[in-house]
Design a protein around this ligand. Structure first.
Ligand SMILES: [Zn+2]
Ligand SMILES: [Zn+2]
Length: 283
């Protein structure tokens, strides 16, 4: 079984109820954080996972809303582990540079803590692996979860990548931001679940703000995410990254998002708030 927890269902727009994009994927006692948006560690704490226990962080792309709090993950992981423990970060090419610059920005803090805590013997160790596709890997020797990566289409943001997690006959794909594309279809083939970021294009298209209109051509709508799920014969479609966000109490709006997807996909559809948890059983 693989468990998916929507840690942050928000977007770049600050929202009182929704943290930034982040999803927790858990299986066999391993904890994978996909993206690290605003407030991710508050939600991770609520999900009951100490940051020091993260097995790996995986970034779908380098848009700021998907990694605003990666610095918090790096620092908190460092100071809450009591022997040198590398933080493993996987992401598209460019991830290494982002981490290098984050660590440079953290230099004063790292210096203060090293000077103050005798038992802290070195700076944060972040092991970055850059990839756009892979037939399958584990993040460390002996890890139980196998991960397959494939490129997505979020142009002009490139490269961007989706991840497929496999364990015990269960499989979950986390797509990130993308328009429908053949590489995502192939990655999703017969997956137990697809976690897909979406925006309501029917709503955004009617708002005459150029900067919002610009978002239409490189995200998927619920309808498009549903057609991807249907083509790939996915079991459960999990929508996240709601733009425009709706209040958690607005069940009518949640039902509207689900109905848009249900017109194109007859499997299970999950539309949830932060900390919504879904269990995906093995085949
Ligand atoms: Zn993006
Ligand atoms: Zn996004």
């Amino acid at each position: 079984m693989i468990t998916v927890t929507l840690l942050g269902t928000g977007s770049p727009l600050p929202d009182p109820h929704r943290a930034g994009p982040a999803t927790l994927v858990q299986a066999a006692g391993e904890h994978y954080l996909v993206d690290a948006g605003r407030g991710v560690l508050m939600r991770l704490a609520a999900a009951g996972v100490p940051v020091g226990q993260l097995t790996a962080v995986l970034l779908t792309h380098l848009h700021s809303d998907h990694l605003t709090d990666l610095n918090d993950v790096i620092t908190s992981h460092w100071i809450s582990t009591f022997e040198p423990t590398p933080l493993r970060v996987f992401g598209p090419p460019g991830t290494g540079l982002v981490v290098e610059h984050l660590l440079a920005g953290l230099e004063p803090d790292i210096g203060y803590r090293l000077a103050h805590h005798d038992d802290l013997t070195g700076p944060p160790v972040v092991e970055v692996t850059e990839l756009t596709e892979s037939d399958g890997f584990t993040v460390r020797d002996g890890a139980a979860v196998r991960i397959v990566a494939a490129p997505t289409d979020h142009r002009p943001v490139e490269p961007s990548v989706a991840f497929r997690f496999e364990h015990g006959g269960a499989s979950v794909v986390t797509a990130g931001d993308t328009v429908p594309c053949p590489t995502l279809d192939a990655l999703c083939a017969n997956a137990g679940a697809l976690v897909h970021t979406v925006i309501r294009k029917d709503v955004i298209a009617a708002i005459p703000i150029p900067r919002l209109q610009d978002t239409l051509d490189y995200h998927s709508s619920p309808e498009e995410a549903a057609t991807t799920a249907a083509r790939a014969r996915v079991g459960t479609l999990i929508l996240t990254h709601y733009v425009p966000a709706f209040p958690p109490s607005a069940t009518d709006q949640r039902d509207a998002w689900r109905a848009l997807a249900a017109a194109h996909f007859d499997g299970r559809i999950e539309v949830g708030d932060d900390l919504h948890r879904i269990e995906i059983q093995g085949a």
